[in-house]
Write a protein that binds this ligand. Structure first.
Ligand code: NAD
Ligand code: AHE
Ligand code: ZN
Length: 370
């Protein structure tokens, strides 16, 4: 079939809207009509050329929701008409990783996914001239139609609005999951969240859900404050307004350091500050942000010797097929909020505006509707 896609032709260039060919689903695969997709900072990171795994030409996008149109041979858990959220972290329920309760990082298709192809080593997308176009994070939600492995789809309830629950495909689950699954934050804890964007605000709402007593938000952009307060931030710190070192300031503000700190910026200097602002003896710092190729984190080992823990989280530690339908229920039942974070809704042809808004610091989430 033919479909319309926003194609990343090369690093640093705007996406190009074009008609592309899409082959139908092979065995174990599913054809999905994407109804809406969010634009995550990770899409921008890859488009910028900073992603060591970034490949071009590719169809980016990994935060979508849509409807199953067709299933390949052997697909048993999906049928046409089902509503789904694509999963860049799949859940095969069979691999060594899925069988280990300590991780959500299913590895059954990770190597082909990283190469921009389906598990059989080929792409379903091509130009009208027949040149292959690569998949991205196994999802490619910037195309109106896409093909995914069955294990990379969460089936969700049909009354959930696509233009809101698409955000559960990455940002919501990552932020809320980092608190609930990775930090396992307790009632009454103190926390610091670095970066009040599409991920950081969801960390804040996760902390509120967990019953945190103090939620400090740190961002260089003060325009993020009203929404962060609405989601539960109790204190705001703009590093550019702090005289002297930020770490002692934050340690003092949290009465000895935070029980949990979260980096949602992708800046390795911020990651160090986050670790060092965690409480001596027990504080945990969770890295969520994705850093550019070649970037490294560092701190004095003494920071760890004296009881701080440095952790990371991908997709909020969530197992997509099992957890995502439940997070959709939380949204539909009013336990978590999504709508105020979706600051812009765009048509597919205007997708590059979403990237501009992100660069200008004017959006939290832009969602493209097809
Ligand atoms: P965003 O652009 O919406 O938000 C980033 C925020 O960080 C902005 O508000 C910005 O002003 C702030 N910021 C930037 N530099 C800062 C600094 N030095 N100090 C304080 N604040 C600073 O991005 P997002 O969509 O929220 O994504 C955040 C990060 O999380 C990105 O690196 C993204 O790639 C990553 N991410 C990781 C996962 C995962 O599974 N680990 C999932 C999604 C996104
Ligand atoms: N490809 C990059 C790393 C990108 C990365 O860390 N991706 C996160 C999801 S970000 C979603 O917005 C992730 O899930 N990582 C685990 C994985 O297996 O990809 C690099 O540095 O090479
Ligand atoms: Zn993302």
């Amino acid at each position: 079939m033919r479909t319309t896609a926003a194609v990343a032709t090369q690093a640093g260039k705007p996406l190009e809207i074009m008609e592309v060919n899409l082959e139908g689903p092979k065995a174990g695969e599913v054809l999905v009509e994407i109804k809406a997709t969010g634009i995550c900072h990770t899409d921008e990171f890859t488009l910028s050329g900073a992603d060591p795994e970034g490949l071009f030409p590719a169809i980016l996008g990994h935060e979508g929701a849509g409807v199953v149109l067709e299933v390949g041979d052997g697909v048993t858990s999906m049928k046409p008409g089902d509503h789904v959220i694509p999963l860049y972290t799949p859940e095969c329920r069979e691999c060594e990783y899925c069988l280990n309760p300590k991780t959500n990082l299913c590895q059954s298709i990770r190597s082909t996914q990283g190469q921009g192809v389906m598990p059989d080593g080929t792409s379903r997308f091509s130009t009208l001239d027949g040149d292959p176009i690569l998949h991205y994070m196994g999802c490619s939600t910037f195309a109106n139609h896409t093909v995914l492995p069955e294990i990379a789809l969460a089936k969700i309830r049909k009354d959930a609005p696509f233009d809101k629950v698409c955000y559960i495909g990455c940002g919501v689950t990552t932020g809320v999951g980092a608190v609930i699954n990775t930090a396992k934050a307790e009632i009454g804890c103190r926390a610091i969240v670095f970066g009040l964007g599409g991920i950081g605000l969801n960390v804040i709402q996760g902390l509120r859900l967990a019953g945190a007593d103090q939620i400090v938000g740190v961002d260089l952009n003060p325009s993020k404050v009203p929404l962060a307060e609405r989601f539960g931030m109790t204190d705001f710190v703009n590093p550019s307004e702090v005289e002297g070192d930020l770490v002692p300031y934050l340690v003092d503000l949290t009465k000895g350091g935070a029980d949990y700190t979260f980096d949602a910026t992708g800046n390795v200097n911020v990651m160090r500050t986050a670790l060092e602002a965690a409480h001596k003896g027990w504080g945990e710092s969770i890295v969520i942000g994705v850093a550019p190729a070649g970037a490294e984190i560092s701190t004095r080992p003494f920071q760890l010797v004296t009881g701080r823990t440095w952790k990371g989280t991908a997709f909020g530690g969530a197992r997509g097929r099992s957890d995502v339908p439940q997070i959709v229920d939380w949204y539909m039942d009013g336990k978590i909020e999504i709508d105020p974070m979706i600051t812009h809704t765009l048509s597919h042809k205007d997708i590059n505006k979403g990237f501009d808004l992100m660069h200008e610091g004017k959006s939290i989430r832009s969602v493209v509707v097809y």
